[in-house]
Design a protein around this ligand. Sequence first.
Ligand code: KG4
Ligand code: ZN
Length: 344
Amino acid sequence: MLVIGIETSCDETAVALVEDGVRVRSNVIGSQVDRHRPYGGVVPEIAARAHLELLLPALDRALVEGGATYDDLDAVAVTAGPGLVGALLVGVAGAKALALAHDLPLIGVNHLEGHLCATQLEFGPLTPPLMGLIVSGGHTSLVLLNADGTFVTVGATLDDAAGEAFDKVARFLGLPYPGGPEIDRLAISGDPAAIAFPRALLHDGTYDFSLSGLKSAVVRELRRREAKGEEIDLADVAASFQEALVEVSVRKTVAAAQAYGVERVTVVGGVAANSRLRAAMADACRVAGLQLLIPSPALCTDNGAMIAAAGWNRLVAGERSPLDLAADPGLGMTPVPAPPAGPA
Ligand code: KG4
Ligand code: ZN
C-alpha cells in the first residue's frame, strides 16, 4: 500500500511516498531555512506563505521521484498538529483536496507520533514496548509505546525545548539560524568539560526536563567573561552547553527505559541529528543493555516520510479522518486505535 505523507507544521514543506509504512520511495523536502535566517528564527506568516508556494512542486516531485501517479496512491496522510496554525492549514487543505479529488482515505497525523514512526523507516515496524525521546525545535518529551499500541508521555520539558535551547544559545554565540547544527559543528573542536553548566532536574526522580536555566547560565557566563575582559573560546562554550544538555537527555532516557522495563529505545526529532547526543546515547544504551534504534539524521529532522509511516499505521488499524479534519496547533498525542477484530 502506497501512502503519500505531507508535512507543513513548521518551516519544511515536505512530501514523501512510503510503501507499506516502511519503504521510502521518495522523500522531498523544500527547505525554507534561507527565508527565515535573516530573522534568526521561523516567522509563522512567512512559513505559511512559503508552504503555499512550495507544496504543489513538492507533491509533483515526490510522485516523479517515487515513480508513481495519483492512481497508485492508497491514502493521504498529513500532519494535523501540533505546529504553527497557518503552516499546518496549508498542508491540511492540500491533503483534503487530494483525498477528495482522487477518492482516497485521509489520515490526520500527530507530528510527534510522526517523529517516532521515522524509526520504522529504518528498523521495520515498531515493536512495543519502546521508549522514545523526542527532541525537536518545539518539543522535548519521553514517550512510551505500550504493548497495546498506545503512546503515553512519561516526561516532558517544563520550559524550553531542546532545539529551542540550541537555537537560542547559538544566537548568543553569534551563530546563524538554525543554531543546532552550528553548535554541533563548533563543539567538535571544544572541550566539553571547560565550563560546568547546570544539569537541571538530573536527580529529581522524574522524567521531566528543564532547559531554560541552562540557556540562561550560558548567557550569564558569556557576560561575566566579557565584563572581565576574558577571552571567550566559543567552541568550549558550545561543547560545554551541548554536554550538559546531552547528559541530562541520555540519563533521563535510560532511567525511563529501565523504570518502565523497556529494552528498546529510539531518539527522534531534529536534535536527534546531533552527533554528540547520538554517540553518548549509543554508549549509555550499550552499558545498560538497551537496544538503540536511532534513525539517520535525515529522517530525524522534519520530513514527509515519517508522516506517511505514521499514517500507514493508522490506516491498517482502520482509522480514517473526516474531510473536515482541523489543523490543531495544540494537538496532543492520541493512542493508535487497536486493529479491527479479525474473523471469528
Ligand atoms: O524536528 P525539527 O526538524 O523541527 C521541529 O519539529 O521543531 O527540529 C528542528 C530543531 C532545530 O531547533 C534545530 O536547531 C535542531 O532541531 N537541530 C539540531 C541539529 N540539527 C537540527 N540540534 C542539535 N544538533 C544538530 N545536529
Ligand atoms: Zn519536528
